[in-house]
Design a protein around this ligand. Structure first.
Ligand code: FAD
Length: 548
Protein backbone atom coordinates (compact mmCIF):
# COMPACT_ATOMS: atom_id res chain seq x y z
CA UNK A 1 0.00 0.00 0.00
CA UNK A 2 1.34 3.41 -0.91
CA UNK A 3 2.52 5.31 2.15
CA UNK A 4 0.60 8.55 1.92
CA UNK A 5 2.48 10.10 4.79
CA UNK A 6 5.57 10.29 2.61
CA UNK A 7 6.05 13.16 0.17
CA UNK A 8 5.37 11.79 -3.31
CA UNK A 9 7.79 14.14 -5.10
CA UNK A 10 10.62 14.82 -2.67
CA UNK A 11 12.15 13.82 0.64
CA UNK A 12 10.53 12.57 3.78
CA UNK A 13 7.17 13.23 5.35
CA UNK A 14 4.72 15.41 3.46
CA UNK A 15 4.18 17.68 6.46
CA UNK A 16 7.87 18.32 7.16
CA UNK A 17 10.13 20.91 5.59
CA UNK A 18 13.32 22.83 6.36
CA UNK A 19 13.71 26.34 4.92
CA UNK A 20 17.02 27.56 3.49
CA UNK A 21 18.40 30.03 6.05
CA UNK A 22 18.98 33.57 4.79
CA UNK A 23 22.70 33.30 5.53
CA UNK A 24 22.91 30.21 3.30
CA UNK A 25 21.10 32.02 0.46
CA UNK A 26 23.58 34.89 0.77
CA UNK A 27 26.51 32.48 0.82
CA UNK A 28 25.27 30.75 -2.36
CA UNK A 29 24.38 33.98 -4.16
CA UNK A 30 27.82 35.42 -3.56
CA UNK A 31 29.62 32.28 -4.76
CA UNK A 32 27.53 30.87 -7.59
CA UNK A 33 24.76 33.37 -8.22
CA UNK A 34 21.04 32.72 -8.33
CA UNK A 35 19.09 30.38 -10.59
CA UNK A 36 15.61 29.65 -11.86
CA UNK A 37 13.29 28.23 -9.19
CA UNK A 38 12.18 24.69 -9.94
CA UNK A 39 8.60 24.64 -8.81
CA UNK A 40 6.78 21.34 -8.35
CA UNK A 41 3.73 20.42 -10.42
CA UNK A 42 0.60 19.28 -8.68
CA UNK A 43 0.09 15.54 -8.50
CA UNK A 44 -3.11 15.89 -10.55
CA UNK A 45 -1.05 17.31 -13.44
CA UNK A 46 1.06 14.16 -13.83
CA UNK A 47 -0.08 11.99 -16.71
CA UNK A 48 0.25 8.39 -15.63
CA UNK A 49 0.27 6.28 -18.78
CA UNK A 50 -2.10 3.28 -18.76
CA UNK A 51 -0.75 0.05 -17.27
CA UNK A 52 -0.26 -3.01 -19.43
CA UNK A 53 -2.53 -5.89 -18.52
CA UNK A 54 -0.80 -8.59 -16.48
CA UNK A 55 -1.92 -12.10 -15.73
CA UNK A 56 -2.92 -12.60 -12.11
CA UNK A 57 0.06 -12.21 -9.80
CA UNK A 58 0.48 -14.54 -6.80
CA UNK A 59 0.56 -11.71 -4.21
CA UNK A 60 -1.51 -8.66 -3.34
CA UNK A 61 -0.99 -6.04 -6.00
CA UNK A 62 -2.18 -2.55 -6.96
CA UNK A 63 -2.19 -0.81 -10.30
CA UNK A 64 -4.03 2.46 -9.68
CA UNK A 65 -2.36 5.63 -10.95
CA UNK A 66 -1.45 7.07 -7.53
CA UNK A 67 0.33 3.88 -6.44
CA UNK A 68 2.15 3.48 -9.77
CA UNK A 69 3.34 7.11 -9.51
CA UNK A 70 4.65 6.60 -5.98
CA UNK A 71 6.67 3.57 -7.00
CA UNK A 72 8.08 4.95 -10.29
CA UNK A 73 11.15 6.74 -8.96
CA UNK A 74 13.79 6.78 -6.27
CA UNK A 75 15.57 9.80 -4.81
CA UNK A 76 18.33 10.67 -7.29
CA UNK A 77 18.56 14.16 -8.74
CA UNK A 78 17.09 12.96 -12.09
CA UNK A 79 14.29 11.29 -10.11
CA UNK A 80 13.50 14.51 -8.25
CA UNK A 81 13.60 16.47 -11.49
CA UNK A 82 11.17 14.03 -13.11
CA UNK A 83 8.83 14.14 -10.12
CA UNK A 84 8.88 17.92 -9.81
CA UNK A 85 8.30 18.55 -13.51
CA UNK A 86 5.84 15.67 -13.88
CA UNK A 87 7.86 14.35 -16.84
CA UNK A 88 8.19 10.78 -15.66
CA UNK A 89 9.57 8.39 -18.24
CA UNK A 90 7.86 5.19 -17.14
CA UNK A 91 5.62 3.74 -14.47
CA UNK A 92 5.42 0.21 -13.13
CA UNK A 93 2.52 -1.76 -14.57
CA UNK A 94 1.76 -3.08 -11.09
CA UNK A 95 3.11 -2.90 -7.55
CA UNK A 96 3.11 -6.11 -5.50
CA UNK A 97 3.15 -6.44 -1.74
CA UNK A 98 4.15 -10.01 -0.79
CA UNK A 99 3.78 -10.93 2.88
CA UNK A 100 6.25 -13.79 3.18
CA UNK A 101 9.27 -15.30 1.45
CA UNK A 102 7.27 -18.06 -0.26
CA UNK A 103 5.06 -15.47 -1.90
CA UNK A 104 8.16 -13.71 -3.18
CA UNK A 105 9.43 -16.95 -4.75
CA UNK A 106 6.05 -17.60 -6.36
CA UNK A 107 5.98 -14.07 -7.69
CA UNK A 108 9.45 -14.39 -9.22
CA UNK A 109 8.49 -17.71 -10.84
CA UNK A 110 5.32 -16.23 -12.30
CA UNK A 111 7.23 -13.16 -13.52
CA UNK A 112 9.83 -15.37 -15.20
CA UNK A 113 7.14 -17.52 -16.83
CA UNK A 114 5.30 -14.47 -18.18
CA UNK A 115 8.34 -12.42 -19.25
CA UNK A 116 7.96 -9.63 -16.67
CA UNK A 117 10.71 -7.51 -15.12
CA UNK A 118 10.68 -7.21 -11.31
CA UNK A 119 12.25 -4.32 -9.41
CA UNK A 120 12.69 -5.14 -5.70
CA UNK A 121 12.08 -2.06 -3.60
CA UNK A 122 12.72 -1.37 0.06
CA UNK A 123 12.33 2.25 1.10
CA UNK A 124 12.90 3.60 -2.41
CA UNK A 125 15.69 5.94 -1.24
CA UNK A 126 18.23 4.88 -3.88
CA UNK A 127 20.14 7.86 -5.25
CA UNK A 128 21.72 5.92 -8.13
CA UNK A 129 18.65 4.89 -10.12
CA UNK A 130 18.35 1.51 -8.37
CA UNK A 131 14.55 1.59 -8.22
CA UNK A 132 13.78 3.98 -11.07
CA UNK A 133 11.40 2.46 -13.60
CA UNK A 134 12.61 2.90 -17.20
CA UNK A 135 10.72 2.28 -20.44
CA UNK A 136 10.88 -1.44 -21.26
CA UNK A 137 9.23 -3.78 -23.72
CA UNK A 138 8.68 -6.09 -20.75
CA UNK A 139 5.88 -5.22 -18.34
CA UNK A 140 7.39 -4.04 -15.05
CA UNK A 141 6.35 -5.06 -11.57
CA UNK A 142 7.73 -3.27 -8.53
CA UNK A 143 8.02 -5.72 -5.66
CA UNK A 144 7.64 -3.74 -2.46
CA UNK A 145 9.02 -5.35 0.70
CA UNK A 146 7.01 -3.09 3.00
CA UNK A 147 4.70 -5.83 4.33
CA UNK A 148 7.64 -8.10 5.09
CA UNK A 149 8.98 -6.34 8.14
CA UNK A 150 9.88 -6.82 11.79
CA UNK A 151 12.20 -8.78 14.03
CA UNK A 152 11.88 -12.49 13.33
CA UNK A 153 14.29 -14.02 15.85
CA UNK A 154 16.78 -12.78 18.39
CA UNK A 155 19.66 -14.97 19.51
CA UNK A 156 20.78 -12.78 22.40
CA UNK A 157 23.60 -15.14 23.42
CA UNK A 158 25.18 -14.84 19.97
CA UNK A 159 24.05 -11.23 19.52
CA UNK A 160 22.41 -12.09 16.23
CA UNK A 161 19.02 -10.77 15.13
CA UNK A 162 17.07 -11.88 12.08
CA UNK A 163 15.11 -9.03 10.52
CA UNK A 164 12.68 -9.27 7.64
CA UNK A 165 13.92 -7.30 4.67
CA UNK A 166 11.37 -4.49 4.68
CA UNK A 167 12.13 -3.37 8.26
CA UNK A 168 12.81 0.38 8.43
CA UNK A 169 15.65 1.81 10.55
CA UNK A 170 13.52 3.05 13.47
CA UNK A 171 11.75 -0.33 13.78
CA UNK A 172 15.12 -2.12 13.86
CA UNK A 173 16.32 -0.06 16.81
CA UNK A 174 12.94 -0.02 18.58
CA UNK A 175 12.75 -3.82 18.54
CA UNK A 176 16.30 -4.26 19.86
CA UNK A 177 16.29 -1.58 22.56
CA UNK A 178 14.06 -3.49 25.05
CA UNK A 179 16.72 -6.23 25.00
CA UNK A 180 19.46 -3.72 25.79
CA UNK A 181 20.77 -4.03 22.23
CA UNK A 182 21.24 -1.89 19.14
CA UNK A 183 22.36 -2.33 15.55
CA UNK A 184 23.79 1.19 15.23
CA UNK A 185 23.49 1.31 11.45
CA UNK A 186 22.24 4.84 10.82
CA UNK A 187 22.45 6.09 7.25
CA UNK A 188 21.09 9.59 6.80
CA UNK A 189 18.09 7.91 5.14
CA UNK A 190 17.59 5.83 8.34
CA UNK A 191 13.90 6.71 8.80
CA UNK A 192 12.88 5.63 5.30
CA UNK A 193 15.35 2.93 4.20
CA UNK A 194 15.21 -0.79 4.97
CA UNK A 195 17.35 -3.71 6.05
CA UNK A 196 17.04 -5.32 2.59
CA UNK A 197 17.91 -2.07 0.81
CA UNK A 198 20.93 -1.52 3.07
CA UNK A 199 22.28 -4.99 2.34
CA UNK A 200 21.45 -4.86 -1.38
CA UNK A 201 23.29 -1.56 -1.80
CA UNK A 202 26.10 -2.03 0.79
CA UNK A 203 25.17 1.06 2.69
CA UNK A 204 27.15 2.84 5.38
CA UNK A 205 25.69 4.46 8.47
CA UNK A 206 26.93 7.61 10.14
CA UNK A 207 28.57 5.47 12.85
CA UNK A 208 30.33 3.23 10.37
CA UNK A 209 33.82 4.27 11.45
CA UNK A 210 33.18 2.45 14.71
CA UNK A 211 30.51 -0.03 13.73
CA UNK A 212 31.38 -0.95 10.15
CA UNK A 213 29.38 -0.93 6.94
CA UNK A 214 26.28 -3.10 6.61
CA UNK A 215 28.27 -5.89 4.96
CA UNK A 216 30.29 -6.14 8.18
CA UNK A 217 27.07 -6.51 10.13
CA UNK A 218 25.43 -9.15 7.95
CA UNK A 219 26.02 -12.62 9.31
CA UNK A 220 23.49 -14.48 7.17
CA UNK A 221 20.89 -13.90 4.47
CA UNK A 222 17.78 -15.46 2.97
CA UNK A 223 17.29 -14.68 -0.70
CA UNK A 224 14.30 -15.49 -2.91
CA UNK A 225 15.25 -16.42 -6.48
CA UNK A 226 13.13 -17.77 -9.34
CA UNK A 227 14.53 -21.22 -8.54
CA UNK A 228 13.59 -21.09 -4.86
CA UNK A 229 14.79 -19.78 -1.50
CA UNK A 230 18.56 -19.55 -1.07
CA UNK A 231 19.64 -19.59 2.58
CA UNK A 232 23.13 -18.61 3.69
CA UNK A 233 23.06 -19.16 7.46
CA UNK A 234 25.22 -17.24 9.91
CA UNK A 235 28.58 -18.63 10.98
CA UNK A 236 31.06 -16.75 13.16
CA UNK A 237 33.70 -17.64 10.57
CA UNK A 238 33.97 -20.22 7.84
CA UNK A 239 36.26 -21.60 5.16
CA UNK A 240 33.46 -23.27 3.22
CA UNK A 241 34.53 -21.84 -0.11
CA UNK A 242 34.26 -18.20 -1.16
CA UNK A 243 32.15 -15.92 1.05
CA UNK A 244 28.78 -15.91 -0.73
CA UNK A 245 27.08 -13.68 1.84
CA UNK A 246 29.36 -10.92 0.59
CA UNK A 247 28.13 -11.60 -2.92
CA UNK A 248 24.57 -10.91 -1.87
CA UNK A 249 25.67 -7.65 -0.23
CA UNK A 250 25.76 -5.18 -3.12
CA UNK A 251 23.67 -7.33 -5.46
CA UNK A 252 21.15 -4.44 -5.82
CA UNK A 253 18.17 -6.68 -6.53
CA UNK A 254 19.85 -8.31 -9.51
CA UNK A 255 20.61 -11.72 -7.96
CA UNK A 256 17.45 -12.22 -5.94
CA UNK A 257 15.16 -10.63 -3.42
CA UNK A 258 16.60 -10.54 0.08
CA UNK A 259 13.73 -11.59 2.30
CA UNK A 260 15.58 -11.63 5.65
CA UNK A 261 19.02 -10.83 7.02
CA UNK A 262 20.76 -11.99 10.18
CA UNK A 263 22.50 -8.96 11.64
CA UNK A 264 25.22 -8.65 14.25
CA UNK A 265 23.96 -6.48 17.07
CA UNK A 266 25.68 -5.00 20.11
CA UNK A 267 24.94 -3.73 23.61
CA UNK A 268 23.36 -0.33 24.01
CA UNK A 269 26.12 2.05 25.10
CA UNK A 270 26.35 3.19 28.68
CA UNK A 271 27.22 6.68 27.48
CA UNK A 272 27.51 8.58 24.26
CA UNK A 273 29.73 11.58 23.94
CA UNK A 274 31.13 13.78 21.22
CA UNK A 275 32.73 17.07 20.38
CA UNK A 276 33.65 19.39 17.54
CA UNK A 277 37.27 20.37 16.92
CA UNK A 278 38.57 23.07 14.58
CA UNK A 279 41.71 22.13 12.63
CA UNK A 280 43.77 24.67 10.71
CA UNK A 281 43.63 22.89 7.35
CA UNK A 282 42.28 19.93 5.43
CA UNK A 283 45.66 18.19 5.50
CA UNK A 284 45.95 18.64 9.28
CA UNK A 285 42.41 17.28 9.69
CA UNK A 286 43.09 14.27 7.46
CA UNK A 287 46.24 13.52 9.42
CA UNK A 288 44.25 13.54 12.65
CA UNK A 289 41.70 11.12 11.16
CA UNK A 290 44.40 8.82 9.84
CA UNK A 291 46.24 8.82 13.17
CA UNK A 292 43.04 8.06 15.10
CA UNK A 293 42.18 5.10 12.91
CA UNK A 294 45.71 3.74 12.76
CA UNK A 295 46.16 4.02 16.52
CA UNK A 296 43.00 1.99 17.09
CA UNK A 297 40.98 4.79 18.68
CA UNK A 298 37.41 3.51 19.09
CA UNK A 299 35.82 6.60 17.63
CA UNK A 300 32.35 5.73 16.31
CA UNK A 301 31.43 8.90 14.41
CA UNK A 302 34.09 10.81 12.53
CA UNK A 303 33.39 13.57 10.06
CA UNK A 304 35.88 16.14 8.80
CA UNK A 305 34.42 18.98 6.73
CA UNK A 306 36.71 20.73 4.25
CA UNK A 307 37.03 24.53 4.34
CA UNK A 308 34.15 25.06 1.89
CA UNK A 309 31.78 22.75 3.78
CA UNK A 310 32.91 24.30 7.07
CA UNK A 311 32.13 27.76 5.76
CA UNK A 312 28.73 26.69 4.38
CA UNK A 313 27.89 24.76 7.58
CA UNK A 314 28.19 27.93 9.64
CA UNK A 315 25.35 29.42 7.56
CA UNK A 316 23.07 26.44 8.29
CA UNK A 317 23.60 25.91 11.99
CA UNK A 318 21.39 28.10 14.12
CA UNK A 319 23.90 27.71 16.92
CA UNK A 320 24.85 31.28 17.40
CA UNK A 321 27.58 30.57 19.95
CA UNK A 322 29.34 28.03 17.78
CA UNK A 323 28.84 30.19 14.72
CA UNK A 324 30.41 33.13 16.47
CA UNK A 325 33.39 31.13 17.67
CA UNK A 326 33.99 29.51 14.30
CA UNK A 327 33.63 32.78 12.43
CA UNK A 328 36.04 34.40 14.85
CA UNK A 329 38.52 31.58 14.33
CA UNK A 330 38.08 31.51 10.58
CA UNK A 331 38.25 35.20 9.99
CA UNK A 332 40.11 36.48 13.04
CA UNK A 333 43.16 34.25 13.01
CA UNK A 334 45.00 33.76 9.70
CA UNK A 335 46.06 30.30 10.92
CA UNK A 336 42.45 29.08 10.85
CA UNK A 337 41.25 30.97 7.78
CA UNK A 338 41.00 27.65 5.92
CA UNK A 339 39.84 25.85 9.03
CA UNK A 340 38.05 22.52 8.98
CA UNK A 341 35.49 21.28 11.48
CA UNK A 342 36.01 17.76 12.78
CA UNK A 343 33.10 16.01 14.46
CA UNK A 344 34.02 13.12 16.74
CA UNK A 345 31.66 10.81 18.60
CA UNK A 346 32.16 7.87 20.95
CA UNK A 347 29.75 5.39 22.52
CA UNK A 348 30.32 2.59 24.97
CA UNK A 349 31.31 2.03 28.59
CA UNK A 350 31.85 5.37 30.35
CA UNK A 351 35.49 4.69 31.16
CA UNK A 352 36.31 3.56 27.61
CA UNK A 353 34.74 6.71 26.18
CA UNK A 354 36.75 8.96 28.50
CA UNK A 355 39.98 7.17 27.61
CA UNK A 356 39.29 7.29 23.85
CA UNK A 357 38.38 10.95 24.04
CA UNK A 358 41.59 11.79 25.89
CA UNK A 359 43.66 9.77 23.44
CA UNK A 360 42.02 11.63 20.55
CA UNK A 361 42.71 14.99 22.19
CA UNK A 362 46.42 14.19 22.28
CA UNK A 363 46.29 13.62 18.52
CA UNK A 364 44.29 16.71 17.50
CA UNK A 365 46.33 18.96 19.81
CA UNK A 366 49.49 17.81 18.03
CA UNK A 367 47.91 19.17 14.85
CA UNK A 368 46.90 22.52 16.37
CA UNK A 369 43.27 21.54 16.84
CA UNK A 370 40.99 23.70 19.00
CA UNK A 371 38.04 22.21 20.83
CA UNK A 372 34.70 23.91 20.13
CA UNK A 373 33.00 21.84 22.82
CA UNK A 374 30.03 19.50 22.82
CA UNK A 375 27.18 21.73 21.67
CA UNK A 376 28.00 21.28 17.97
CA UNK A 377 27.95 17.52 18.49
CA UNK A 378 24.55 17.65 20.20
CA UNK A 379 23.14 19.88 17.48
CA UNK A 380 24.40 17.50 14.78
CA UNK A 381 22.82 14.54 16.61
CA UNK A 382 19.50 16.34 16.84
CA UNK A 383 19.37 17.63 13.25
CA UNK A 384 21.14 14.99 11.19
CA UNK A 385 18.02 13.41 9.69
CA UNK A 386 16.49 16.79 8.88
CA UNK A 387 19.20 18.01 6.49
CA UNK A 388 17.84 16.11 3.44
CA UNK A 389 14.70 18.27 3.53
CA UNK A 390 16.93 21.16 2.45
CA UNK A 391 17.25 19.61 -1.02
CA UNK A 392 13.63 20.35 -1.83
CA UNK A 393 13.85 23.86 -0.38
CA UNK A 394 16.99 24.62 -2.41
CA UNK A 395 15.35 23.45 -5.66
CA UNK A 396 12.40 25.70 -4.94
CA UNK A 397 14.82 28.62 -4.46
CA UNK A 398 16.61 27.91 -7.78
CA UNK A 399 19.68 25.97 -6.66
CA UNK A 400 20.38 22.43 -7.82
CA UNK A 401 21.99 20.19 -5.22
CA UNK A 402 23.29 16.64 -5.27
CA UNK A 403 25.87 14.51 -3.54
CA UNK A 404 28.34 11.84 -4.61
CA UNK A 405 30.81 9.76 -2.70
CA UNK A 406 33.90 7.65 -3.09
CA UNK A 407 36.73 6.21 -0.99
CA UNK A 408 40.47 5.90 -1.47
CA UNK A 409 43.53 4.92 0.47
CA UNK A 410 45.15 7.64 2.57
CA UNK A 411 48.03 8.07 0.12
CA UNK A 412 45.56 9.02 -2.64
CA UNK A 413 42.87 10.78 -0.67
CA UNK A 414 44.27 14.30 -1.05
CA UNK A 415 44.51 13.78 -4.81
CA UNK A 416 40.88 12.70 -5.07
CA UNK A 417 39.77 15.57 -2.84
CA UNK A 418 41.53 18.01 -5.20
CA UNK A 419 40.62 16.40 -8.50
CA UNK A 420 36.85 16.19 -8.10
CA UNK A 421 36.01 19.88 -7.44
CA UNK A 422 38.61 21.01 -9.98
CA UNK A 423 37.00 18.90 -12.71
CA UNK A 424 33.48 19.93 -11.72
CA UNK A 425 34.30 23.64 -11.67
CA UNK A 426 35.92 23.38 -15.12
CA UNK A 427 32.92 21.49 -16.51
CA UNK A 428 30.50 24.06 -15.11
CA UNK A 429 32.56 26.94 -16.43
CA UNK A 430 32.55 25.39 -19.90
CA UNK A 431 28.74 25.42 -19.73
CA UNK A 432 28.63 28.98 -18.47
CA UNK A 433 27.67 28.55 -14.83
CA UNK A 434 29.41 28.19 -11.48
CA UNK A 435 29.30 25.38 -8.96
CA UNK A 436 30.15 25.19 -5.28
CA UNK A 437 31.67 21.84 -4.36
CA UNK A 438 32.20 20.91 -0.73
CA UNK A 439 33.37 17.73 0.88
CA UNK A 440 33.59 15.79 4.10
CA UNK A 441 35.74 12.85 5.03
CA UNK A 442 33.83 10.18 6.91
CA UNK A 443 33.64 6.39 7.25
CA UNK A 444 37.36 6.12 7.97
CA UNK A 445 39.50 2.98 8.05
CA UNK A 446 43.13 2.27 8.93
CA UNK A 447 43.96 2.22 5.19
CA UNK A 448 41.81 5.04 3.87
CA UNK A 449 38.51 6.87 4.06
CA UNK A 450 35.40 7.87 2.21
CA UNK A 451 34.97 11.34 0.69
CA UNK A 452 31.43 12.70 0.37
CA UNK A 453 30.95 15.64 -1.98
CA UNK A 454 27.97 17.98 -2.04
CA UNK A 455 27.62 20.20 -5.09
CA UNK A 456 25.31 23.12 -5.74
CA UNK A 457 24.67 25.18 -8.82
CA UNK A 458 22.21 27.81 -10.06
CA UNK A 459 19.47 26.04 -12.03
CA UNK A 460 18.77 27.07 -15.60
CA UNK A 461 15.19 26.38 -16.61
CA UNK A 462 15.07 23.68 -19.25
CA UNK A 463 18.74 22.68 -18.75
CA UNK A 464 18.59 21.25 -15.25
CA UNK A 465 19.35 17.72 -16.35
CA UNK A 466 22.22 18.73 -18.67
CA UNK A 467 23.78 20.81 -15.90
CA UNK A 468 23.57 17.94 -13.45
CA UNK A 469 24.78 15.40 -16.00
CA UNK A 470 27.80 17.52 -16.92
CA UNK A 471 28.82 17.88 -13.28
CA UNK A 472 28.20 14.24 -12.42
CA UNK A 473 30.20 12.93 -15.38
CA UNK A 474 33.11 15.26 -14.71
CA UNK A 475 33.19 14.17 -11.07
CA UNK A 476 32.95 10.44 -11.78
CA UNK A 477 35.67 10.55 -14.42
CA UNK A 478 37.92 12.59 -12.13
CA UNK A 479 37.49 10.44 -9.04
CA UNK A 480 38.17 7.23 -10.95
CA UNK A 481 41.26 8.73 -12.61
CA UNK A 482 42.55 9.84 -9.21
CA UNK A 483 42.19 6.34 -7.77
CA UNK A 484 38.86 6.56 -5.95
CA UNK A 485 36.23 3.83 -5.95
CA UNK A 486 33.07 4.27 -8.04
CA UNK A 487 31.03 4.27 -4.84
CA UNK A 488 31.73 3.80 -1.16
CA UNK A 489 28.09 3.30 -0.17
CA UNK A 490 25.45 4.57 -2.62
CA UNK A 491 26.06 1.64 -4.95
CA UNK A 492 26.07 1.24 -8.71
CA UNK A 493 22.39 1.28 -9.68
CA UNK A 494 21.75 2.30 -13.27
CA UNK A 495 23.66 5.56 -12.90
CA UNK A 496 27.13 4.14 -12.34
CA UNK A 497 26.78 0.92 -14.36
CA UNK A 498 28.80 2.13 -17.38
CA UNK A 499 31.77 2.73 -15.10
CA UNK A 500 31.71 -0.57 -13.19
CA UNK A 501 34.05 -2.43 -15.51
CA UNK A 502 36.72 0.23 -15.13
CA UNK A 503 36.86 -0.73 -11.46
CA UNK A 504 36.35 -4.51 -11.47
CA UNK A 505 37.84 -5.34 -14.88
CA UNK A 506 36.45 -7.42 -17.73
CA UNK A 507 36.82 -10.56 -15.65
CA UNK A 508 34.82 -8.95 -12.89
CA UNK A 509 31.83 -8.11 -15.08
CA UNK A 510 32.08 -11.55 -16.76
CA UNK A 511 31.89 -13.29 -13.36
CA UNK A 512 29.01 -11.09 -12.28
CA UNK A 513 27.13 -11.70 -15.54
CA UNK A 514 27.57 -15.46 -15.16
CA UNK A 515 26.23 -15.38 -11.60
CA UNK A 516 23.24 -13.31 -12.71
CA UNK A 517 22.49 -15.87 -15.45
CA UNK A 518 22.80 -18.75 -12.99
CA UNK A 519 20.38 -17.29 -10.47
CA UNK A 520 18.03 -15.47 -12.82
CA UNK A 521 18.14 -17.08 -16.26
CA UNK A 522 15.05 -15.18 -17.42
CA UNK A 523 16.67 -11.78 -16.64
CA UNK A 524 13.64 -10.96 -14.54
CA UNK A 525 15.30 -9.22 -11.62
CA UNK A 526 16.12 -5.50 -11.80
CA UNK A 527 17.72 -6.04 -15.22
CA UNK A 528 19.11 -2.51 -15.64
CA UNK A 529 21.26 -2.18 -12.53
CA UNK A 530 24.94 -3.06 -12.16
CA UNK A 531 25.69 -4.35 -15.65
CA UNK A 532 23.41 -2.69 -18.20
CA UNK A 533 25.55 -0.17 -20.06
CA UNK A 534 22.86 0.44 -22.68
CA UNK A 535 20.46 1.86 -20.16
CA UNK A 536 22.98 4.23 -18.70
CA UNK A 537 24.08 5.58 -22.02
CA UNK A 538 20.52 6.85 -22.18
CA UNK A 539 21.63 9.60 -19.87
CA UNK A 540 21.14 12.44 -22.38
CA UNK A 541 17.83 14.30 -22.40
CA UNK A 542 14.88 12.23 -23.55
CA UNK A 543 13.08 13.10 -26.73
CA UNK A 544 9.95 14.37 -25.01
CA UNK A 545 10.97 17.95 -25.46
CA UNK A 546 11.94 18.14 -21.82
CA UNK A 547 15.38 18.23 -20.40
CA UNK A 548 15.32 14.81 -18.81
C1 FAD B 1 18.58 11.81 1.77
C2 FAD B 1 19.32 10.52 1.57
C3 FAD B 1 20.31 10.18 2.46
C4 FAD B 1 21.03 9.00 2.28
N1 FAD B 1 22.00 8.68 3.17
C5 FAD B 1 22.70 7.53 3.02
C6 FAD B 1 23.71 7.18 3.94
O1 FAD B 1 23.98 7.88 4.92
N2 FAD B 1 24.37 6.01 3.73
C7 FAD B 1 24.07 5.21 2.68
O2 FAD B 1 24.69 4.15 2.56
N3 FAD B 1 23.13 5.52 1.79
C8 FAD B 1 22.43 6.65 1.92
N4 FAD B 1 21.46 6.98 1.03
C9 FAD B 1 21.16 6.06 -0.08
C10 FAD B 1 20.09 5.00 0.28
O3 FAD B 1 19.32 5.43 1.36
C11 FAD B 1 20.75 3.69 0.61
O4 FAD B 1 21.30 3.14 -0.57
C12 FAD B 1 19.82 2.65 1.24
O5 FAD B 1 20.58 1.53 1.59
C13 FAD B 1 18.69 2.20 0.33
O6 FAD B 1 17.75 1.48 1.09
P1 FAD B 1 16.24 1.35 0.61
O7 FAD B 1 15.55 0.43 1.53
O8 FAD B 1 15.64 2.68 0.41
O9 FAD B 1 16.46 0.63 -0.79
P2 FAD B 1 15.83 0.99 -2.20
O10 FAD B 1 16.15 2.38 -2.58
O11 FAD B 1 14.41 0.58 -2.21
O12 FAD B 1 16.66 -0.02 -3.12
C14 FAD B 1 18.04 0.16 -3.32
C15 FAD B 1 18.56 -0.99 -4.20
O13 FAD B 1 18.45 -2.21 -3.49
C16 FAD B 1 17.54 -3.09 -4.13
N5 FAD B 1 16.74 -3.69 -3.05
C17 FAD B 1 16.02 -3.06 -2.10
N6 FAD B 1 15.49 -3.96 -1.26
C18 FAD B 1 15.89 -5.17 -1.69
C19 FAD B 1 15.68 -6.49 -1.24
N7 FAD B 1 14.96 -6.76 -0.16
N8 FAD B 1 16.25 -7.50 -1.93
C20 FAD B 1 17.00 -7.27 -3.03
N9 FAD B 1 17.23 -6.04 -3.50
C21 FAD B 1 16.69 -5.00 -2.83
C22 FAD B 1 16.75 -2.26 -5.10
O14 FAD B 1 16.30 -3.03 -6.20
C23 FAD B 1 17.77 -1.20 -5.48
O15 FAD B 1 18.64 -1.68 -6.46
C24 FAD B 1 20.73 8.16 1.18
C25 FAD B 1 19.71 8.51 0.30
C26 FAD B 1 19.01 9.68 0.49
C27 FAD B 1 17.94 10.04 -0.48
Amino acid sequence: MADNARRWNGWGLAGESVPVPTAACEWLTSRIGTGDPLSAVDESAVVVTPARTLTALPAASMSDAATRLRFACGQSFPDLLALRTGRIEAFPDAVCFPENADEVVRLLRAATDHGLAVIPRGGGTSVVGGVTVAPDAKPIVVLSLERLHGLETLDAASRLAIFRAGTLGPEVEASLAPHGLRLGHEPQSFEFSTVGGWVASRSAGQRSTGIGKIEDLVAGVEVATPSGLWRLPPQPASAAGPELRRLVAGSEGRLGVITAATLRVRELPEVEDGQVVLLPSWSAGSEVCRALLQSGNRVEVLRLSDPTETSFATTLVPLSRMQAIVSQMLFGFPRYRHGCLLLLGWAGAAQDVVLARHAAARVWREHEGLSLGESGWRRWRADRFRHPYLRDALLTRGWGVDTLETAAQWSRLGGVWNAVPTAMRAAAEAMGFRTAVMCHLSHAYPDGASLYFTFLWPLRAGSEFSQWNTLKRAATTALLAAGGTLSHHHGVGTMHAPYLESEVGEQGTAVLSAIVRALDPGATLNPRVLLDRGTINRSEPSGDGGDR
